[in-house]
Design a protein around this ligand. Sequence first.
Ligand SMILES: Nc1ncnc2c1ncn2[C@@H]1O[C@H](COP(=O)(O)OP(=O)(O)O)[C@@H](O)[C@H]1O
Ligand SMILES: O=P(O)(O)OC[C@H]1O[C@](O)(COP(=O)(O)O)[C@@H](O)[C@@H]1O
Ligand SMILES: [Mg+2]
Length: 463
Amino acid sequence: MDSNGVDEQEMKLVQGAAGYVLEDVPHLSDYILDLPTYPNPLQSNPAYSVVRQYFVDEDDTVPQKIVVHKDSPRGTHFRRAGPRQKVYFKPADVRACIVTCGGLCPGLNTVIREIVCGLHYMYGVTEVLGVNCGFSGFYSKNTVTLTPKDVSDIHKRGGTMLGTSRGGHDTSKIVDNIQDREINQVYIIGGDGTQKGASAIYKEIRRRGLKVAVAGIPKTIDNDIPVIDKSFGFDTAVEEAQRAINAAHVEATSVENGIGLVKLMGRYSGFIAMYATLASRDVDCCLIPESPFYLEGKGGLYEFIAKRLRENGHMVIVVAEGAGQDLVAESIEQQDASGNKLLKDVGLWMSLKIKEHFAKQRKMDITLKYIDPTYMIRAIPANASDNVYSTLLAQSAVHGAMAGYTGFISGLVNGRQTYIPFNRITEKQNKVVITDRMWARMLSSTNQPSFMNPPNGTTEATC
Ligand SMILES: Nc1ncnc2c1ncn2[C@@H]1O[C@H](COP(=O)(O)OP(=O)(O)O)[C@@H](O)[C@H]1O
Ligand SMILES: O=P(O)(O)OC[C@H]1O[C@](O)(COP(=O)(O)O)[C@@H](O)[C@@H]1O
Ligand SMILES: [Mg+2]
């Protein structure tokens, strides 16, 4: 550990001129000496051999910050993903496994499919195992064999063919199992919680000195993983959310003083709600965990609703599930098996409060319809662009593991595929920055109140 309590194993920094920093990922050769290398089988693959400079140069890196000034330091870079000239595994010796953990997300099956097919068709690896039902499946379930035939059309289905779970992460039991089954490549698909688990597995594997590559593929429908441009499945979820918003709009415009209220996913981050609002243009107010709001008084939600109804005769409100949690009165805080806060139903609460308020006021008769498409937006197959994105992430993970990298996730940074060390994506969550331009664009599209000045005594929701 260094003086900041950061594990040195996870920090592989390379400094260069003009403030250049490479936050590199670990490699099996960092802790196992004299590992043999082999020519990359892609050299003789007819599909790839025609590509000029198909192999990624060892020195290629991708900057995290692309907007720079003349004299500003070049800043953090990540290793560029892709196939290397030499690989650290003989294809016939590879025994890979894939596991999916946490909540569902469109594209999970595509990632599974493309790891299996990538290993098989690009590298000639035939032994790929599926671990059922998340981390606990390592020690409580039998594995399944995965061949290209088994996964050929799974990308057309939502969910994960392997099953998933929360909780149940037991590092030593999992690594014992990896050792017992003679697995030497582990592909772990999941969100922030999962990648913390993946990081613990990598550290234990390294401590035991095993030649096992651990590769993560970040999954999060909430888009709450930092560093990467966005997570796979996010676009699909935003697209599906349009259907709920459209329905809310139709319901609201079909009656006098109609209100359509839609609750969307977003535990700590309101990206789905913000993008769905921006895409739709039918939304009058978008509430997210990062932006506190209040109901009563000047500048509050009730006042805004009354104003919009007077102006337009209808309105649509989108609320992210993590918004306004402090307003929803309930004393006991509960957690799920992974330790995530269990949320109170802000949508249901808001619909009751709004109805109650206007009934009490007796100035305006409203009709409110509450639509909760929560699970519908994540239990669907990935759209075309998420399918391509998931494919690239999976293939990058395969190239990285074959090249001997470990303790990394494959992620898109500024439009380029990269390898990012685990600690960079688990140390904090990606959130909507309400002082950034995107939130300003959203505010200007709805023209909703900023909720910046709650009257004294008003409870403000903070998250
Ligand atoms: N800090 C942690 N260390 C090790 N494993 C963790 C940690 N947090 C979560 N996990 C494990 O990761 C898996 C998924 O976590 P969860 O938070 O439910 O979903 P997600 O990965 O999508 O955020 C669970 O099996 C959980 O036990
Ligand atoms: O699957 P569950 O346990 O019902 O949890 C629902 C939660 O899952 C999420 O989709 C996020 O899941 P992850 O943390 O697994 O990515 C949230 O938006 C939502 O709050
Ligand atoms: Mg999570």
